[in-house]
Write a protein that binds this ligand. Structure first.
Ligand code: SDX
Length: 430
């Protein structure tokens, strides 16, 4: 704790508020005792300027476009790490030794299968059910099928829940796709890597051998790693909020999946491809869409653009854009949707509306181009974001439960603006 204070003047009274300093030098005013000492709360719509917790997992400098997992630059992690290694780093705080990594992988593989009874849950969904809705429902149902790993205060049950969550989520994700296209489920195979397994469960059919493209395996790994954590974003904050009631990991993650689905968050990757395809269908009329995005009377927005924290290029978008170029060049392909995305970025970044507001492409702007190339249907884009984000959700849930001062339920206050006390009018007199 630093000895610095901020002074808040409330009428004649001066209140000293401690300043906490993060390891990267960021300073925050600690207002935890403000209400108790003064009766005042702070008001911060949409938590735009609120630090909800301390966290040692991910560092973001939105002004400079810097992202680090546990201190390691995202560029280095993306180039060198496999998703399970990244998950270990995020959850436990250090890069694993070869032995630790092998044990971690074995534990995840051991939990990839679903209880056979769970197949009936999938069967009950209509064929056009969105896979994100299926994912959150079936992940929520894990709390029914795994009753011996629900207690967050029991370290052994926590570890079991973590392995089960990491093992089963990719199986649930792939099954939700198979269900939506009416094809048989493909069971996981333990001799495959995490990404190989997922692609096989997605695209193999029992009647044929499945050959996978190693470039797609690497691209999927890259996308999962890039999505693995991002501080106190909406879905992670949801996982923390829900988890703070001491509910189990499965229910907390299920809530996070729901939060991710919205188009202002992870759902932007699907919405972005829909937008780019819409522009293409509209004779590549970029100007019309840019004008609509700038119109204050139109709630249309450029999807995959803008960010609460980044006021610079999202470093993940830089890597994804480069990967689009590489994959397309290697396969000697031209992709009209990618061409539109590039042009849209160029036009937007030279337009004063976007420059003044510091709106740049975010992680969701180019990712759909790669998913498209891999043959992954649009409705699965956000499911893959969820698969990537899972280690981050788990890391935050675990960090919250292990917090040195103990965990408290999350419970924001409000400024009440409704009616003052009034007299009840009986139904007959209204
Ligand atoms: C993710 O938080 C995370 O870390 C999220 C994420 C993660 O990894 O977890 O990075 C993943 O969710 C990425 C974001 C995906 N969403 C989109 O791409 C949807 C489109 N973008 C936005 O709607 C918006 O930019 C948000 C939701 C991302 C951020 O919203 P903010 O911080 O509340 O910003 P704002 O809505 O207050 O916008 C500020 C100004 C406004 O103009 P003015 O009222 O000041 O005139 O910028 C404008 C907005 O109208 N603006 C846009 C715009 N985004 C913001 N105008 C046109 N197109 C856009 N995309």
């Amino acid at each position: 704790m630093s000895s610095e204070y901020a002074i808040l003047q409330l009428g004649d009274e001066k209140v000293e508020l401690p300043i906490q300093i993060g390891t990267e030098g960021n300073r925050v005013i600690d207002i935890a005792k403000l209400y108790g000492e003064t009766g005042y709360i702070t008001l911060d719509d949409a938590f735009a300027n609120t630090g909800a917790t301390t966290s040692a997992i991910t560092y973001i400098d939105g002004e400079k476009g810097i992202l680090r997992y546990r201190g390691y630059p995202i560029e280095e992690i993306a180039e060198r790490c496999e998703i399970t290694e990244t998950a270990y780093l995020l959850i436990y705080g250090e890069l694993p030794t070869a032995e630790q990594l092998e044990t971690f992988r074995t534990n995840i593989r051991a939990h990839k299968l679903l209880h056979e009874g769970m197949k009936t849950i999938f069967a009950g969904f209509p064929p056009d059910a969105h896979p994100m809705a299926i994912l959150s429902s079936v992940v929520g149902a894990l709390a029914i099928y795994c009753p011996d790993s629900l207690e967050p205060s029991d370290p052994q049950q926590c570890e079991l829940a973590i392995f089960r969550m990491l093992g089963k989520m990719s199986t649930i994700a792939a099954f939700s796709f198979k269900q939506s296209i009416g094809r048989p489920f493909i069971y996981p195979q333990n001799n495959l890597t995490y990404c190989q397994n997922f692609l096989r469960m997605m695209f193999a059919v029992p009647s044929e051998e499945y050959e996978m493209d190693p470039d797609f395996v690497s691209a999927l790994n890259l996308l999962l790693v890039l999505h693995a954590d991002h501080g106190q974003n909406c879905s992670t904050s949801t996982v923390r909020m829900v988890g703070s009631s001491t509910v189990n990991l499965f229910s907390s993650v299920s809530a996070g999946i729901c939060a991710l689905w919205g188009a202002f968050h992870g759902g932007a990757n699907e919405a972005c491809i829909n937008m780019l395809e819409g522009i293409h269908a509209d004779n590549d009329n970029l100007g019309k869409h840019i004008d609509r995005a700038k119109d204050p009377n139109d709630n249309y927005r450029l999807m995959g653009f803008g960010h609460r924290v980044y006021k610079n290029y999202d470093p993940r978008a830089t890597i994804i854009k480069e990967t689009c170029h590489k994959l397309l060049e290697k396969n000697n392909l031209k992709n009209p949707i990618f061409e539109i995305a590039l042009e849209l970025e160029e036009v937007a970044l030279s337009d004063s509306y976007f420059i003044e507001r510091k709106l740049y492409p975010n992680v969701d702007f180019y990712s759909g181009i790669i998913y498209n190339l891999m043959g992954i249907p649009k409705q699965m884009f956000t499911v893959i974001f969820a698969l990537g984000r899972l280690p981050g959700w788990i890391a935050h849930w675990r960090e919250m439960h292990l917090a040195p001062g103990g965990m408290r339920i999350h419970r924001p206050r409000q400024l009440y603006t409704g009616s003052t006390e009034r007299k009840f009018v009986p139904l007959i007199k209204r």
